[in-house]
Structure formats: structure tokens, C-alpha cells
Design a protein around this ligand. Sequence first.
Ligand code: GLY
Ligand code: MN
Ligand code: MN
Length: 433
Amino acid sequence: MTTQFSLPLSVYRKRREAIQSQLKDNEVALLIGAEEQLRNRDVEQAFRQSSDMLYLTGFAEPDAALVLTSEAAILAVRPKDPEMEVWTGFRYGPEGAVDAFGVDRAVLIDDLDELLIELAPKSWRYAYDDPRGHARVGALQAKLVAKTRRSGEPPASTADLNPLIHDARLVKSSAEQDLMRQAGQLSARAHKRAMKMAKPGVMEYQLQAEIEHEHRMAGSKREAYGAIVAGGNNANVLHYISNDQPIADGDLVLIDAGCEYENYAADITRTWPINGRFSEAQATAYNWVLKAQLAAIEAVRPGQPFERYHEVALAVLVEGLIDMGALSGTVEENIESAAYRPYYMHRTGHWLGMDVHDVGTYHEQGASRLLKPGMVVTVEPGLYFDAAGDAPDHLKGIGIRIEDDVLVTEDEPEVLTADVPKQIQDIEAWMAG
Ligand code: GLY
Ligand code: MN
Ligand code: MN
């Protein structure tokens, strides 16, 4: 079977009903699931259902669509196919999908257009960022116009489905928070394991293997994203994923890795010395990043704009850059002129949930969105001193990021990934022990 429910069926029904209650009469919402992707020839990439489909149904098979009206939830799915099931495994088929997923009705995916025409929509909702929705609705619109020529009442409007689903996904229920705590704890164990297995000369992909081994053994089926394991100057490539170099004695290693647990992501970065001891320059730079991160976490509080914790982190990082001789002038001047950019070129975090860069807008009515209890963000300041850049010599080749996952609560921020050491003495003690 391709689906395991992480949450009771009633949860999925309530989520659908929350969307359905916002649909107008005769409005039809169409959500198309993820498609299989070829890796090469007839070998497919590992399939992962789209998070929106998982959120609303738990249905994990490819070639699926969900149709919602104010009255009904209808799944369109692949047919049962005993011959194919011998090759690729169990399929629910329409009848099985109704029983197992609690929808009102299910049809064959090949009959999706027929279903949509039968529903005779007066308006449409589909994901505006998915070209497949535009194409499908556009093609159907022509048919519906022809069909309703006499009545003169074809669908007259479309609207984006994303905000309805994504605003709901942005605030995590307590059951979701529990899954994210699990994801954070499992991923923390993996980072701790990599720290223990470290030794100069180890290949970056070997540390990646330690991380992924721990994730799988702890009960996570897959990674939340491709791990970054970057020794020395490789840490200055923000999305370094080749992970194919040896890590030299004296270098730091930056590991950005997290697992998915029951479809919820963790996203952790730690940076530590491969030989177990920070050099003086490494420790100085590290402690500025840590100071920025701790200050930023404190700003992850309800009512604060999302933007605020980035500003808090940035001010500390710029102070550090001046202190270490990478910048001159005042903190304000350097923030104003963006002179810090060669050393800190990304934002301090993002929403986290079923997707690592989770859904939900960062602005509302033109202003930074205010944090609410139940939102989860990453807090991930860094400093990057590329070997070929203009940093003072003693900093060149150092790249540091520290990233934790933080739940907004009514009061104190809850760090879901707190189990991985990040104070220098704690890292060194863990690696030595
Ligand atoms: N791992 C991706 C990120 O930190 O945003
Ligand atoms: Mn992140
Ligand atoms: Mn990350």
C-alpha cells in the first residue's frame, strides 16, 4: 500500500470542509496531484505526492486529482489494475479510495474532464502556480461555453485555490506540531551521529550517509530535501549538494540536513570542526553567528512581523563583521549600504511544514505577516567568507550557518531541534565523548 495515515481520517475531512465552506455555490475547486518523473529511461524518481494533496486527503498515489465543491469532495484516481499492481504495487482504485479516504465519491482519473463538465461550474478555483490547472481549465472552458451556449451561463470567473489551502497549512494544529517535534528530534539525532563519526579525510557523502542512516533507522522514510555536507570553503556555496570532497584536517564542515517524518519536514544546519576543535578564528566567527541566532530566536513571538527576526540577526552579524575587521563603519551604515551582502546574502529563515520552504505568503496587505502561535519558522543566520573573496585572510575559507526550527507559541519560542549541541564547548565535548 502506498499510504499510511499519519492522522485520523476525520482530520482530513475537516481540512477539506474548511476549504469547501469558503467555496461559492456552483464553484468547483480542482487540485491536481504530483506526477511521476523519469530519472532515466524507464527508471523513475522516488515519487512524493504533492503536499496540498497529502494535506487534504492523505492520498499518496500518482495521477490523482481532488475536486471540491461546497457540497462534495471527489477524488479522481488511477484504476485498479491487477497486472500493473504485480509490477508497481497496490492501487486503491475509485471504490477503494471512497472507503479508505472518506471522500464522497471517486472517479477514474481518465474521467476527470467528464466529471468537471457534469458539475457545470459557474466559477473555478485552481492553483495559479500550476500550469496544468490553467491548461485543463482553459480546455474545459471551451467545451463548457459550447455546452451552455443556449443558457449563456458558462463559468464566468476563476480564482486562485492556493491561498485557501496555504493559509490553513501555515498554522499547524497540535497534532501537526507533534509530528514536527518528531521530525526535529529524529533529525537532531542524525546530526549528533554525524558529529560522532567525524574524522579528517572523511568524504562529505560519507557523513551524508551517517545522517541518512540515522533518519531511516529512526523511522523517517525520506529526506525533507537534498542534504548539504560542505567541508571548508564548500560551505560558501549556499546550495552545495555535490557532497563529493574529502574534508581536510583543520576545516569546518557545514551540514544542512533534515528528514521528513509523516510528511512533515525538519531543517537543521550545524557547522563544526572535522577534527573536533575550533581554531581561534573559527570560534570567533562561529560565536557571532550563534549570538545572532539566539537573539533572532527570541524575536520569534506572536504579534511580531515575520521580518523582525531577520532584522535582529542581521544587526548582530553586521556588528560581528565590523568586530572581525571584514567591514568598517557603523552597524547602521553597513545595513543601509548593504555592504554586508558578500558575507550574508540570504534571509534568516522561512516557513517550515510539509514542504521545507513551506507555503504561505510572507506579506499581508503589503506588510510583513505577523507571527501567530502554531506557525513554524527556521532561524538560520550565517557568515560566509569565500576563499576567493575580500575577507581578512584569517577568515578566508570559513563558512558558517546555524539553523533551528522554531514553533511560535503564546509566549516563549519552542525550538524543535534543540537536541543538537550548538555552543562550542558542547559541540567539542560531544565530539570528544
Ligand atoms: N535546507 C534549505 C534551507 O535551509 O533553506
Ligand atoms: Mn532552511
Ligand atoms: Mn537548511
